[in-house]
Design a protein around this ligand. Structure first.
Ligand code: ZN
Length: 139
């Protein structure tokens, strides 16, 4: 599946300390009424919850990291799931030795400081639908 979009203006901002990274990004996307787009975030978190999709079991396993980490990279996309804007984002985090951990960004990741760029895209809205081959809701 390939679709073509045009770039629109971008939103740059930051998420305040102690806020939940994914919840806040979702709030901004809803407030700005962004249907399709991309997201990039850098900064630092106080703790993190990241997911790993077990392909055999067809279920997300979650890893809780209870320490401060740098957000090396967090990228994601915005599409529509069950009539609502939905963010799918992955995050790479580094500890105080530069060792990295990464996975599917989940609620439960608390911000220390973060700067984001949200780039809305103009075109036909992306709609997530159940995919039998993976048991996931994909475009
Ligand atoms: Zn994912």
């Amino acid at each position: 599946m390939i679709k073509k979009f045009k770039l629109d203006h971008a939103y740059l901002g930051r998420i305040e300390k102690d806020k939940d990274l994914l919840k806040e990004l979702t709030k901004i996307v809803k407030e700005k009424d962004i249907k399709t787009g991309t997201i990039k975030v850098i900064g630092a978190v106080q703790n993190a919850k990241i997911g790993f999709y077990d392909q055999a079991v067809r279920k997300y396993e979650y890893i809780n990291i209870d320490s401060e980490m740098e957000i090396v990279s967090c990228i994601g996309n915005i599409s529509n799931l069950d009539g609502k804007p939905f963010i799918h984002a992955h995050i790479v985090l580094a500890d105080d030795n530069g060792k990295c951990f990464g996975g599917h960004l989940s609620e439960g990741t608390k911000v220390f400081a973060s700067e984001f760029i949200i780039q809305p895209l103009i075109g036909n809205q992306l709609e997530r639908k159940y995919d039998k081959k993976t048991d996931l809701k994909l475009w």
